[in-house]
Write a protein that binds this ligand. Structure first.
Ligand SMILES: *Cc1c(COP(=O)(O)O)cnc(C)c1O
Length: 396
């Protein structure tokens, strides 16, 4: 920091020559960007390599160090003073900025360390981390084809893979990448409200439609109902089984009967498929039967069935696993649980949509979540607009 102060003073001393000032600024600024051309002294790769080696120095020695980065586990933020900050009038050298950024990692949990026992924060794998970095370099923008070009393939293809895992017709399904399991929850609510209260996109939400989920459902239900304008009071929580933590379908049926009798529409029923604490899986197939049995009153669309599987989705990877031959040789202790979890998650088949957090059980860096829907034609036409839609396939 002292160096910068000195440098600042130096420049201030020559403040009469403002044109030279800008010249120096411009040269310094140019050095802060990667070159647009090959072999043109592009220091980015070297700088990234250097930064990674430096941050690696914060890792512990093998079988010795602690589960956090660096040597100081104290929280050093001065919460009293931290906001008394203002924009520095002078520019810093990139190396110094990078150094300061690396310092911020001191004391952070090391997610890959065997002693880190956090439930939903895996270390990203190398390919995922690099893919994430590469998209920072050239910033493909999925807003429209011209800005994303072939990189759009990654979205369509991974959506297809997930739909296939769910047993859906992948070419008829679709997906939207979003900011988290919370974003997925919000998308399901938007989908549900648009389907059940068709005029809500023009006149706003004027009906107290209900959103049903279990006592074990993630608290993001509050965000979604609040932010969407439906209101948190329109959530109905269903009892869960004390043993399994799964949604009690007897209680659910009572609630649905009551709504039918009172002519109250149900926007969506959310089945929680795996939770961070209890690993509860709700009975999706039974919920589907109940939706067919208790249709919404005349004039409202059909209740949406969403699976909040953002953490439990990865059990779908066992779709083609032969549990009898057990080719990967899982132990007798573990195998029955894998099979049980797979048999629970595979019922996302009965849902209209499900959510996936790659940053939880997909070894990917933040943020990497996707909302997968079964009927692309319905979802995309429900949310279409005659004029520009926010996201749309503008390319051929
Ligand atoms: C983590 C979680 C969420 C919220 O997801 P974020 O990615 O943190 O936004 C929602 N539902 C369930 C079941 C979760 O485990």
């Amino acid at each position: 920091m002292i160096n910068i102060v000195e440098e600042n003073t130096k420049i201030k001393n020559v403040s009469g020559q403002s044109d030279k000032h800008w010249e120096k600024y411009r040269l310094d600024m140019l050095k802060s960007f990667p070159s647009p051309y090959r072999n043109e002294n592009d220091t980015l790769a070297l700088a990234i390599n250097k930064a990674i080696l430096e941050i690696d120095n914060l890792k512990p020695e093998k079988s010795m160090g602690s589960a956090f980065l660096g040597t100081n586990s104290e929280l050093t933020i001065d919460f009293e003073k931290v906001k008394q900050s203002s924009l520095n009038q002078m520019m810093n050298k990139p190396e110094i900025v990078i150094e300061e950024v690396i310092k911020l990692f001191e004391g952070l949990p090391n997610w890959g360390h065997p002693l880190t026992m956090c439930n939903v924060n895996p270390q990203g794998n190398t390919a995922a981390i690099i893919a994430a970095i590469l998209t920072e370099l050239f910033a493909p923008n999925i807003l429209e084809g011209e800005y994303a070009w072939n990189i759009h393939q990654a979205e369509l293809e991974s959506g297809g893979i997930l739909a296939n895992l769910a047993g859906w017709v992948s070419k008829d399904s679709g997906c939207v990448y979003t900011y988290g399991g919370s974003g997925c929850w919000t998308y399901q609510l938007k989908y549900a409200l648009t389907r059940v209260l068709p005029d809500s996109r023009n006149i706003g939400i004027r009906t107290d439609a209900k959103v049903i989920c279990s006592q074990q459902a993630h608290y993001t239900m509050l965000n979604s109902t609040d932010w969407m304008g439906l209101g948190m009071n329109n959530i109905i929580r269903i009892k869960t089984d004390v043993e399994t933590n799964a949604m009690d379908t007897i209680d659910l049926e009572e609630v649905m009967k009551d709504c039918t009798a009172k002519k109250i529409p149900i926007a969506s029923i959310v089945c929680t498929m795996g939770t961070t604490d209890a690993n509860a899986f709700d009975p999706v197939k039974k919920v589907r039967t109940l939706i067919e049995k208790y249709p919404n009153p005349e004039g409202y669309g059909k209740t949406l069935l969403y699976c909040d599987s953002v953490i439990g989705w990865s059990w779908l990877a066992f779709k083609n696993y032969d549990f009898t031959i057990n080719p990967l040789g899982f132990s007798d202790t573990v195998l029955p649980y894998i099979e049980k979890n797979y048999n629970a998650i595979k019922d996302v088949f009965y849902a209209d949509a499900f959510g996936v957090d790659f940053h939880k059980t997909g070894f990917s860096p933040y943020i990497s979540s996707v909302f997968v829907y079964k009927n692309a034609l319905e979802f995309e036409s429900l949310l279409s607009r005659d004029s520009s839609v926010y996201l749309q396939p503008r390319s051929p």
